[in-house]
Design a protein around this ligand. Sequence first.
Ligand SMILES: NC(=O)c1ccc[n+]([C@@H]2O[C@H](COP(=O)([O-])OP(=O)(O)OC[C@H]3O[C@@H](n4cnc5c(N)ncnc54)[C@H](OP(=O)(O)O)[C@@H]3O)[C@@H](O)[C@H]2O)c1
Length: 388
Amino acid sequence: MGQKNGTIAILGSTGSIGTSVLDIVDRLNGRFRVVALAAGSNLALLAAQVEKYEPALVSVSARRDAEKLRRLSGSRRTRIVHGPGGAAEVARFDGAGIVVSAITGMSGFGPTLEAVKAGRRVALANKESMVVGGAVLRREAARSGAVIIPVDSEHSGVFQCLGRTRRRDVRRVILTASGGPFLKTPLKDLGTKTLEEALRHPRWIMGKKVTVDSATLMNKGLELIEARWLFDLDPSRLDVLIHPQSAVHALVEMRDGSVLAQLSATDMRIPIQYALTWPERLDSGLPGLDLAGTGRLEFCPVDERRFPLFGIARQALKAGASLPVALNAANEVAVGAFLAKKIFFGDIHAVVGKVMEGHRTRPADSVEAIIDIDKDARREARRHIPQR
Ligand SMILES: NC(=O)c1ccc[n+]([C@@H]2O[C@H](COP(=O)([O-])OP(=O)(O)OC[C@H]3O[C@@H](n4cnc5c(N)ncnc54)[C@H](OP(=O)(O)O)[C@@H]3O)[C@@H](O)[C@H]2O)c1
């Protein structure tokens, strides 16, 4: 591994993925050096990270927080920048060989694109980037030589199963979904589920937005769209199975009928580490899989009556163009309102459904077009948020 490959910039360093990345950096003692960080507004944690890792560059969301961070961290060696421009600077920071993209939502798209344009190895957690701009990111990566390695556990599973397999040899790719906290909830009770209940994920501890997306199964819809672009696969070859034990993360069925599966303990640090060390594998003391302890492994198809947002996402995947962008924007607005306790759980799919019904499909093949579509869909979604 070249010297630059041992240097890391983390977009979203204070989040669930970002802190797990730093845990891996600590475990692989000396293998990686953190050279740049970007976060939102968790200044206390960011200041501690700056003190510990002494990165050359750090970005925060708000201008006023940049000065606060300087005082809190006491660092003289670190340059502090702010806003979307600051995050973009971190993404293209010359001293970093690997950029971990782990900001939540559409805010991660701009910085991810910068990292790709700069030809970095991008360890991609921010699935929303691929959902809104998969074609653009692939085009720019082909131009710059950037390599995009998935962090999402399911996509890491697919990536590992695929290896060097020719795409024409792949019949079907299957992502698994735990089914979230409401897999067995009576349908009539789903609409009024509370935020606290939605945040109680049975298998994974994650940021709030992705946890709510897992409860609606929108997360799996977004992941299908992400997979379509990451692996350059036609939507007809992508599928999902509910698998409550979350031991198998993905399956790849070859055209000769052979099926490869990837299994591991439910610990995001495993796919994160692989994205950082690929193609090598290193021992960092992470847990193995206790299959006998897991017991039965169950699989079943997705019930779209229970998870209507999954159905809407599948349609957007098939239709392509502006629909995935509108889907993501509407979902971010609706989930934001749910997290702010302004709407009920059942309102999330109602809002997204209305935006998608009224959406006029148009091309989404440039950054400008994507930003425009995103803005329009957010405006529409806000209009449909019920006033309670
Ligand atoms: N968590 C998981 O296990 C998991 C698994 C697979 C994929 N993912 C994906 O990874 C991404 C991150 O998820 P997460 O669970 O780590 O989310 P999270 O815990 O909410 O963390 C999000 C991070 O992004 C930062 N951030 C938010 N808005 C920002 C902005 N405008 N500018 C700069 N930084 C900003 C936050 O900073 P502050 O906290 O400082 O405000 C935080 O560091 C999501 O796209 C998610 O779908 C997550």
